[in-house]
Each structure stands twice: as C-alpha cells, then as structure tokens.
Design a protein around this ligand. Sequence first.
Ligand code: SF4
Ligand code: SF4
Ligand code: FES
Length: 238
Amino acid sequence: MSSTLHVRVWRGPQPGAFQRFDVPRAPSQTILDVVTYIQRVLDPTLAYRFACRVGMCGSCAMTVNGVPRWTCRTHVDKVAQAGELEIAPLRNLPPIRDLVVDMREFFDKWTRAEGRFKGATTKQSDFARVAPDSEKRRDADAGIECIGCGVCYSACDVVAWNSDYLGPAALNRAWTLVQDERDAARVERLQAVAGDAGCHACHTHVSCTERCPKNISPTASIAGLKRAVLKAALEGEL
Ligand code: SF4
Ligand code: SF4
Ligand code: FES
C-alpha cells in the first residue's frame, strides 16, 4: 500500500474544476479525515460540511469515486485500494461552494410530503400503546433512523430526470408517518404523495436502497405508499 493518497477534490463555484492534493495515508482513515487534512494543512479555503463525525447528523455526505456516501463512516481502505480518490459534492443538489451543496430543496420536499408528525392528543392524554410486533410498527421502525444525509436523493436517477420528484428520503419519511398509529394526518399525507411528483414517479431502480448508509429501504417504503394510495383511492378516501 502506498503511503500517499492522490486526491482530486472538486473546487467550485461553477464552472469549477478538480484540484489535486497528496495526503498521507493513516490507519483507519476516513474520507472525512482526508478532506479535513486538506482543509487544515494544505488549503484552508476548502469548503465542506460535517458536524458529528459519528454517523448521526447526516451533514458530511459527498460523492466519493463517483458514489454518494457518508464520509465520516467511509474508510479510505474500502474505496481507494489503488490510492486514488475523487471527492465531489452530492449530485442532484445545487452546489454552493467546493463540496457544499444547498440542501433546501431536499428538506422542502419533506415538507411537501407532509413529513411532520401531526398528533391528536393533549399532554393530559394517556401514553399511546403501539404493539412492537405489529406490522405498522415494524414498517415505521424500519424507516425511522433516517439521518437526512441526502445520499439516496443523490443516487436517484428519477430525481436527476425530474427535479420536482419528492425523492426517496421524503417519501420514506411520509411512509413512517402513514404507518404511525398515533398520527392524525394519514389522508392528507397520502394526498401529498399521490401526485405526479410523488410515489408513482419512482421507477424502483433501488439505487437509494443500495446506497443508504443506515440500511433503510426507501424503495420498500415507496412501494408501501403506492399500495396505501391505491387502497385509499379505492375506498374513496382520496
Ligand atoms: S427506488 Fe425509486 S426513489 Fe429509489 S433510487 Fe430508484 S427511482 Fe429513486
Ligand atoms: S434514507 Fe438513508 S440515504 Fe436517504 S437521507 Fe435517510 S439515511 Fe440518508
Ligand atoms: S459528520 Fe455527522 S454523519 Fe458524518
């Protein structure tokens, strides 16, 4: 193994270009370590985003050797066997500068998909009791650990073709709420995801599911939404 990594880092704003840096290899080095080294030692003007460094905040996602990934939990050894790295901003989101993208449209789509819990109880109400082994609870739990990193959104070709498409993360969030027995906005939410830019636009390419660092399957969540929308339509709820 070479002791030096040859790293090409995207520098923007537009038109932008890759800039080359040589970075010393280190044990257990992550992609975020590499970017941090470049910014702290080689070029303090490099812009990138991170916060927790432990896979919780979702802010460090970038495109690494052509694949969207969370960088704080991606080890160099896993993705750069030949000692070459290419690091770019996430696809499908407007670049702001260098490795930083504008996440507004990503989170605006969560709002459009009614991705907020709407309860019907007060603080005087008893605790809700939701059986842990119920199908709805299992569906909600399967998607709930999303950290909003945007990796799935960047991996999705339908988002690339149709910028209006709500995308895998917002639809996954909507599904966790549709399956949450405590939520009081099911019909409203199904209406929000039933349109042309909603769940029916998904082509089931599965890129989102293959890439999600939290092992969530937005593809399965979107399939669940399609079934729920159809059932609600047949029952005259939509
Ligand atoms: S399964 Fe659907 S949401 Fe996921 S990447 Fe494919 S088209 Fe996009
Ligand atoms: S579903 Fe996975 S890839 Fe998509 S935003 Fe959530 S954690 Fe990230
Ligand atoms: S820095 Fe928080 S998930 Fe990577």
